[in-house]
Ligand binder design. Structure first.
Ligand code: AMP
Length: 282
């Protein structure tokens, strides 16, 4: 397994693989890997000949006052995990190579990023799209792997690949959860024992939403209100958003029908966690 922060070296290695007709699988991450990330890595391994993982905490997708500085990093532990998975290359670029002092070109998605996390974290998806285009240009992957946990991100990346004519096949894989159903996330590391217990309300709220809809409730505000009550029962929580949207275009719904997304972002004493469920309603 090669570990490098060097852009030119990474390009050179991947060129050789391409000349050899190898299928390049790529999983972009911000590191401190957990089973959610590893589920993507395993699929990449199963479906491609040469697997690249990037580890880069991307400063431009964090807003002011967010956790860029404190975001946990442990490249040693990550490398060990990825070695065990049989990954071929870890690309962990330097900040100055990704964003030189004259950096002034950004990639902006202007439709799908208007709601949910795009609304509550202005500039977030501009940062995500920009870093992904840079990573795609260095690695030139044939296949990329993303998690449904970041549903909006996955939709935006699909649009980006399509709109910018990348020849990349994208796979979106299911959310991996802890035993108590909390979605795995690097940010779960911020939670103390009490906060960790409180965080169960996130999946409880999503499940309640799903159940109400299954029972025939079609009014968005009724479902959202009941979900809010579940979250607000815990003193440590603050709701950033709870929304039920069209799962294809992320537009708001008059009535719950078709393929829909129930999505939320909740702070547990300052730790921002997101989760979602997508369902089809007749
Ligand atoms: P991150 O390191 O948080 O930027 O995540 C890197 C990739 O892993 C993204 O495509 C995420 O959607 C995906 N991911 C993160 N958590 C999970 C999870 N619990 N289950 C599945 N995929 C995940």
């Amino acid at each position: 397994m090669i570990i490098t922060n060097n852009v030119k070296k990474t390009k050179r290695i991947l060129n050789v693989q391409k000349l050899d007709n190898k299928v390049i699988g790529f999983v972009p991450t911000m590191g401190l890997l957990h089973e959610g990330h590893l589920s993507l890595v395993r699929q990449a391994k199963a479906k491609s000949d040469f697997v690249v993982i990037s580890i880069f905490v991307n400063p431009i997708q964090f807003g002011r006052g967010e956790d860029y500085g404190s975001y946990p990093r442990d490249i040693k532990a990550d490398s060990k995990l990825l070695m065990e998975e049989g990954v071929d290359l870890i690309f962990c670029p330097n900040q100055k190579d990704m964003y030189p002092s004259d950096f002034s070109v950004f990639v902006d998605e202007t439709e799908l990023s208007q709601s949910l996390c795009g609304k509550s974290r202005p500039g977030h998806f501009r940062g995500v799209c920009t870093v992904l285009v840079k990573l795609f240009n260095v690695i030139v992957p044939d296949k990329v792997y993303f998690g449904q946990k970041d549903y909006q991100q996955a939709l935006i990346v699909k649009r980006l690949i399509n709109n910018l004519n990348y020849d990349i096949k994208m796979y979106v894989l299911p959310t991996i959860r802890e035993n108590d159903k909390l979605a795995m996330s690097t940010r779960n590391n911020y939670l103390n024992d009490n906060e960790r217990k409180d965080s169960r309300c996130i999946y409880e709220a999503l499940s309640l939403g799903k159940e109400l809809i299954k029972q025939g409730e079609t009014r968005v505000f009724v479902v959202v209100d009941k979900m809010k009550n579940v979250i607000m029962k815990k003193r440590s929580t603050k709701i950033a958003y709870i929304e039920i949207l069209d799962a294809v275009n992320l537009k708001s719904l008059k009535k719950i029908k078709g393929k829909i997304l129930i999505a939320l972002a909740v702070y547990i004493n300052g730790t921002r966690l997101i989760d979602n469920i997508a369902i089809s309603v007749k």
